[in-house]
Design a protein around this ligand. Sequence first.
Ligand SMILES: Cc1cc2nc3c(=O)[nH]c(=O)nc-3n(C[C@H](O)[C@H](O)[C@H](O)COP(=O)(O)O)c2cc1C
Length: 498
Amino acid sequence: MPGSDVPTWLIEIPGLAAVLFIVLTGLVALVLVTLFVIDVVQRKNAIRHNYPLIGRLRYLLIHLGAFLRQYLFAMDREERPFNRAQRDAVDQASRLRDNTVGFGSTRRVEEEGAILFANAAFASLSEQAKTADPVEIGPHCRNPYLAPSFFNISAMSYGAISKPAVRALSLGAAQAACWLNTGEGGLAPYHLEGGCDVVFQIGTAKYGVRDGKGGLDIDRLKAVAAHDSVRMIEVKLAQGAKPGKGGILPGAKVTPEIAEIRGIPVGQDSISPNRHLEIADVTELLDFLARIREATGKPTGFKTVIGDPAWLDELCSAAAKRPDDAPDFITVDSADGGSGAAPQPLIDYVGLLVRESLPLTVDALKRTHLRDRVKVIASGKLITASPVAWALAAGADFVNSARGFMFALGCIQAMRCHLNTCPTGVTTHSKRRQAALDPQDKAVRVANYVATIRDEVGIIAHSCGVPDPRHLERRHIRVMTETGRTVAFDSLFPELSE
Ligand SMILES: Cc1cc2nc3c(=O)[nH]c(=O)nc-3n(C[C@H](O)[C@H](O)[C@H](O)COP(=O)(O)O)c2cc1C
């Protein structure tokens, strides 16, 4: 401006502001693009991989939640089926993070039914601690199984869960020296890939071992059992989430490969019969188990959820009369067990909880002097050390978990297993979403999770004054009553001698 006193740089400000704006926008865009690329390329975190940038908000909110919780609501112990405290515990365990917490417990220990352990006045010394011994299953078989781990991977079929999930579980189980149950979808090459011990499950559709009429093709079963890794055969009568209903695999999840392994049409809903055609009573069950054991030479048992407790006496009395044909193991699943897909009325209302059915099963076996012969495996929300310790103390020889291992694989409980849209790649066959699940990385988490559970159950055992988890007994458990006093678990379910 001729004759004006205004400095020239000020006159040029509009231009400068525009330049600054462009530079800043460019920088922000560069940062966002860089973060986007980092998120997509990394495979340690499934949510960030599948939802680059936006996924970061989840972790920001989780982080801020710790500080804002008191102003909003305490979700730590509220969510179901698993609350945040439980999910975090598995996550921490799978990363071998320190389990030390500060300030105090957020668990509602005073609630009726809450379980507490009775610590000894003089705890076992760390030097006296020992690891839990392996336990033999199927002593009368041609190939008994000396099972090394009391904590193992429960049945989840290839189909319900994804290929990378099965691969990670197989590799992780091998590292942890625990078993992996195939679930009812047949034996996939990915189950064998890691070289772990495998339990082959026969569901009502007999996927992979079915004859032309829907019955058991014993030669196909022999071929499966011929794999050295296949250590036991589990006949699935029922699972806790859907007793009386067979497996359900929605058509969206029936890929050509899964159809091939199961022997079913591609893309169509695969609904298993709601019970084994050849098993309508206890005698037929024992016949079926004996036939499989004879053909495969491997320990053979069954999985079920207990409904009428009287049935246990019927089973055990029949088995006691023909002990050679008794099941080598019984897997007792809880009514609140998980599923890839189950009808709402069954998932919510049918069956007994493992809290009751486990001690009932153990006692029925003891009354018929079968307890040594028949090993008991418990499952159903036993995903952290304390409920695992409870199950061992209540009488289980082994504990299985499905959803605990899903959390170790990165599951965030989005509850979309039946929709093929799992955001973390665990239960989807979408290649894009699966890319977030790196089997090698997650295998380490699976192994860490098992190691931590073993270690933490050991800590509870030592606090109770016994040298290892297998020495926990019912007298070590106390149950909170409405009066605020606890009662001994063995007053509810007295410990029977054999
Ligand atoms: C995704 C998914 C798939 C499952 N598939 C099977 C199966 O094929 N056969 C079976 O007997 N149970 C199956 N289950 C049940 C589990 O093996 C287990 O009994 C139940 O979830 C309880 O254990 P949890 O509470 O640790 O999950 C499945 C569970 C889930 C979550």
